[in-house]
Design a binder for this molecule. Structure first.
Ligand code: NAD
Ligand code: AHE
Ligand code: ZN
Length: 369
């Protein structure tokens, strides 16, 4: 079938709005018609060429929601008409990872996903006969996309898809990093570096966890108003200080915070985020994604003296089991999503959504198919 899509033909170029060919689902796969998608910084990162797993040409996009149109042979857990959120972190429920009880990472489709193909090693997308790569197992920048069954969370049909699409990445990642990865306790002090959707969702999670202080840090002060609305107790711009930001936070908090979160993808800030944690127990969670070849460093003494460095992928959330509950929490007013949506546009304006994100003018732009 034909599908409207925004194709990344090459790194560093705007997406091309074209009509692509989409093959039907094979065994274990489903065809989904996307209703809405949004742009996460990770899409921009891959498009920039900094992603070691970046494959071109490709159909990017991983934050979306849609309806199952057709299923392939042997598919039992989703059916046509189901409302679904694509998962870049699949959940097969059977692999070593899923059975470990220790992680939300799943081994079922991750290797082929990183190569930009379906689990059988082939692609369902093409443009004028040329194969297009899939992306993160989701490819939400095509109106019709094909995913493995294990990469779909079935959610309530009552929920507005142009809102819950943000649960496909940003909102879930930030809240989950606080509740699942850090397990922030009531009364904790928290520092959040980077106030895009991920950082704001961390703030939301920290407020849900009843943190006593939530220090929001960004070099763009335009982000502070929304950070306060989400629950930040104070906002800090590193540009306003001559001391390194870790020293500023240590001074503000009588020795450092209990938890910090890096939500930018900057390896220097990752170091600051670790080093602003309290001696003996402070934990720093890396959420931001750094470019190919970049490495983190600190004095090992920082760890010897009790600080802990951790990472978090999709907030430690097991998508098929837990996303339906996140959707219910949104519907009950327990999780904010609407407040992240600074812009709504028709899908064809997707390149504007990337420009707004790069310019620091948007949190999330929802694109409607
Ligand atoms: P975004 O671009 O909307 O937000 C990033 C924020 O960081 C901006 O407000 C920017 O002003 C700020 N910033 C930039 N440099 C800074 C600095 N030196 N000090 C302080 N603030 C600075 O991005 P986003 O969509 O919120 O994504 C944030 C990061 O999280 C990206 O690296 C993205 O790839 C990553 N991410 C990771 C996961 C995961 O599961 N681990 C999921 C989603 C996104
Ligand atoms: N391809 C990148 C990895 C990027 C990365 O770390 N991705 C995050 C999700 S970002 C969503 O916006 C993640 O979940 N990682 C775990 C995984 O299995 O990819 C690279 O550096 O190779
Ligand atoms: Zn994302």
């Amino acid at each position: 079938m034909k599908s409207r899509a925004a194709v990344a033909l090459a790194a560093g170029k705007p997406l091309e709005l074209v009509e692509i060919d989409v093959e039907g689902p094979k065994a274990g796969e489903a065809l989904v018609r996307m209703a809405a998608t949004s742009v996460c910084h990770t899409d921009a990162y891959t498009l920039s060429g900094a992603d070691p797993e970046g494959n071109f040409p490709a159909v990017l996009g991983h934050e979306g929601a849609g309806v199952v149109e057709e299923v392939g042979e042997g598919v039992t857990s989703v059916k046509p008409g189901d409302h679904v959120i694509p998962l870049y972190t699949a959940e097969c429920g059977k692999c070593k990872f899923c059975l470990s009880g220790k992680t939300n990472l799943c081994g079922a489709v991750r290797a082929t996903q990183g190569k930009g193909v379906m689990p059988d090693g082939t692609s369902r997308f093409s443009l004028d006969g040329q194969m297009l790569h899939h992306y993160m197992g989701t490819s939400t920048f095509s109106e019709y996309t094909v995913l493995p069954e294990v990469s779909l969370a079935v959610v309530s049909k009552e929920a507005p898809m142009d809102k819950i699409c943000l649960l496909g990445c940003g909102v879930t990642t930030g809240i989950g990093a606080v509740l699942n990865t850090a397990k922030v306790e009531p009364g904790s002090t928290v520092a959040v570096f980077g106030l895009g959707a991920i950082g704001l969702a961390v703030i939301q999670g920290a407020q849900m966890a009843k943190a006593s202080r939530i220090i929001a840090i960004d070099v763009n002060p335009d982000k502070f108003e929304l950070a306060k609305q989400f629950g930040a107790t104070e906002c800090v711009n590193p540009k306003d200080y001559s001391d390194p930001i870790q020293q500023v936070i240590v001074d503000l908090t009588d020795g450092g915070v209990d938890y910090s979160f890096e939500c930018i993808g900057n390896v220097n800030v990752m170091r600051s985020a670790l080093e602003c944690c309290h001696k003996g127990w402070g934990e720093s969670i890396i959420i931001g994604v750094a470019g190919a070849g970049e490495e983190i460093s600190t004095r090992p003494f920082q760890l010897v003296t009790g600080r802990v460095w951790k990472g978090s992928a999709f907030g430690g959330v097991k998508g098929r089991s837990e996303l339906p509950g996140y959707v219910e929490s949104y519907m009950n007013g327990e999780i904010k999503i609407d407040e992240f949506i600074t812009h709504d546009m028709p899908f064809d304006k997707i390149n504007e959504a990337f420009e707004l994100l790069h310019a620091g003018k948007s949190i999330r732009t929802v694109l409607h198919y």
